[in-house]
Design a protein around this ligand. Structure first.
Ligand SMILES: O=C(O)CNC(=O)[C@H](CS)NC(=O)CCC(=O)C(=O)O
Length: 310
């Protein structure tokens, strides 16, 4: 197990070295994007996440990015709300916090979960940052909700179980660089990504549970487009496979890490639903170089043309 993780990591690193700007870089700062299949059981999902934490430590990653709704994926809006807990009482979150505290090396985790609200009939879809001491230091609430009804499916009405957020979370420091937070369907709203870049993001992350139908058509396209629009790294952790025994709900997978030029640096296969990571080096000199060569933020038009600045 350990050996094969190492081998595939070596292969990924070699393929990065074919890209000219990586040549000569010796100290790497690895990010891991996680992929697994959440079920309705928080205990099961915590076990999957512990495996991803272990894999990230073995790979030497500084940060592990986990998907949207890592705590559970339920079968109905009612069940989604019923399973939600206040963050401090979530066994799932507490389990991750304990795991990080007990590691010998330092790993930080970004994780998407549900959060209940007292006396409300809808929960929140949130993304947490948990540092290596197990402390929650950042929290973002999903702004755009997936209310979509496509002919031939899927039909999902996220706003039946979830309240939308109202604010952009300003990008924050991490061992990889400044991180901008967004969740899944937010990826379809480029103004959010542009705003995160204006506020200083080097990296934007989109933890997701993309549907198979829309993922096939748009997942890679949207990720690469946001990376190219914003000249940031884009890290997309992903749910994969069938979330219930009947296969009523399936996710697209293809967790990936994209560089600021739009190149896919690493990607998980969708051949099974096993907990997996893919890793890539986050090099802030690449961010600087791509922006210096093509200074989009000095060339942007704003309030004069569009009525607002991003
Ligand atoms: O339901 C939960 O518990 C977790 N949340 C999700 O899975 C959300 C809302 S249903 N999924 C998406 O946003 C998919 C977006 C997508 O597939 C697209 O933009 O094409």
């Amino acid at each position: 197990m350990f050996r094969s993780t190492r081998l595939s990591l070596t292969r990924q690193i070699i393929s990065q070295y074919r890209i000219p700007h990586y040549i000569g870089r010796e100290i790497m700062t690895l990010a891991a994007a996680g992929q697994f299949c959440s079920t309705g059981s928080m205990a099961e999902n915590l076990a999957s996440v512990k495996s991803l934490i272990q894999q990230s430590v073995e790979a030497g990653a500084k940060v592990l990015f986990l998907p949207e709704a890592s705590d559970y994926i339920a079968r109905s809006p009612a069940e989604t709300v019923a399973l939600a807990r206040p963050i401090e009482q979530s066994e799932f979150v507490i389990g991750i916090q304990e795991e990080l505290r007990n590691l010998e090396t330092s790993l930080e985790v970004s994780v998407g979960i549900h959060e209940s609200v007292e006396n409300e009939d809808r929960c929140k879809n949130v993304l947490l940052w948990i540092n290596s001491r197990g402390e929650i230091t950042q929290r973002y609430q999903k702004l755009h909700l997936f209310d979509v009804n496509l002919k031939n499916g899927p039909l999902l009405m996220e706003s039946r179980s979830v309240q939308p957020g109202q604010d952009v979370l300003p990008p924050f420091d991490s061992p990889l660089g400044k991180i901008g937070y967004a969740i899944c369907y937010d990826i379809r709203f480029p103004e959010h990504a542009l705003r995160l870049r204006t506020l200083g993001a080097d990296i934007i992350t989109y933890p997701s549970a993309f549907t198979v139908r829309t993922g096939q058509a748009h997942w890679e396209l949207l990720g690469r487009a946001r990376a190219v629009d914003t000249q940031t790294y884009v890290i997309m952790a992903a749910q994969v496979g069938a979330h219930d025994r009947e296969g009523m709900r399936r996710s697209w997978g293809h967790a990936m890490i994209i560089d600021p030029w739009g190149t896919i640096l690493a990607q998980c296969p969708d051949t099974d639903s096993l907990p997996r990571i893919c890793v890539a080096d986050i090099d802030l000199e690449v961010v600087e170089k791509v922006r210096a060569d093509m200074p989009l933020w000095q060339q942007r038009r704003g309030v004069d043309v569009y009525g607002y600045n991003v």
